[in-house]
Design a protein around this ligand. Sequence first.
Ligand SMILES: *Cc1c(COP(=O)(O)O)cnc(C)c1O
Length: 400
Amino acid sequence: MTQTSNMPDMHQAEAIPASVRAEVDRLLQTGDLFRYTAAENSPVTLLEQEFAAAMGSKFALAVSSCSAALFLSLKALGLPRDARVLIPGFTFAAVPSAVIHADCIPVLCEVGDNYRIDIADFDRRLDHSIDAVIVSHMRGHTSDMDAILDLCAKRNVPVVEDAAHSLGTTWNGRKIGTLGRVGCFSFQSYKLLNAGEGGILITDDADLVARAVIMSGAYEHNWKKHTGLSEAFEAWQNKLPLYNLRLSNLSAAIIRAQIGEIPRRVMDGRRNHDALASALNQTLWMTVPDALAGESRAPDSIQFNLVDVTDAECKSFITNADRLGVKVQLFGLSKDNARAFWNWEFLPEQVELPQTRRMLMRACDVRLPAKLTLEDVEKVAQALISAASQTFEETRQFGT
Ligand SMILES: *Cc1c(COP(=O)(O)O)cnc(C)c1O
């Protein structure tokens, strides 16, 4: 059996660049941690300017999480209570949760076995009752955004992009998160930029961002520290509730130090993913769905489907992979996975999505951080292939 001790650590985060230390020290010495204390140029404000510039967007608002960004996006769209928001049936529980938090009703659509929104089903469900759409680019997989934007434009339905885990991905050369009315990103530790917690929304819509800024907790005249928006703000002063979802200067400093790392992390992540995908695709049991034509991903994990296998075989594959040092998560197999829609028991009504369920019962997820070398990736490939041949060859040979 392969030694597991020489397997790479797939869960440990990358070190935060040392260049941030002087700034963190300054913040600790001055105690200046609240974004609105300084008269101008607080680290949170600078992060917003730098992130908007990097994405080519007019405005950015940094907040406490991507969930907070999604919630504020729906609130800032001015959706009435019980508005219906169409979301994919394969996403993280944070997405339906943000919809419910915003007093709206999540409506789920089917996802294909390539993890992308089933456009025919999306079109069918995008009827007159739908007031907004959240497209979740799950694990960086991009659905057919041309079709989605087209269908939504025809019905005048605003699109919010959940790009929490898709920073660096492009669709026909355009940055994911800039295609819809609002794009939301996460700075939680498993995402491309790691501050432990945090999020940001980007948009070109001045009025929308003004509402989001006020609701994020820019009370009294703190909105004046968001430049270029005074007309929009004057209209909304005192008209909106304050949810206090701000980001702290300390988190902003930690994120700013990593913005320059984005291109390297994207390139290395893609290299690692593509190397592992081509190894797995050579087996009979594991298949990595192709990217769509317009899509260029920034992956830090890999998803593949087990082909022609039983639930029991899936379970022993996971056990065998674990023994060889690779943690495989099969989305639908555990009782508590937050990405399996049937575990969202908090939804106002339970739904069935047979196609999405079939995918979730065979789709595996393995973390593949950008810091891994190609040698590390080769070890991961060997472990997964050995686990698969142990599991599936044995059971086939002896019958089950
Ligand atoms: C991580 C993630 C979120 C939630 O981000 P938080 O910052 O933890 O709220 C939402 N959607 C997707 C697809 C994610 O991967």
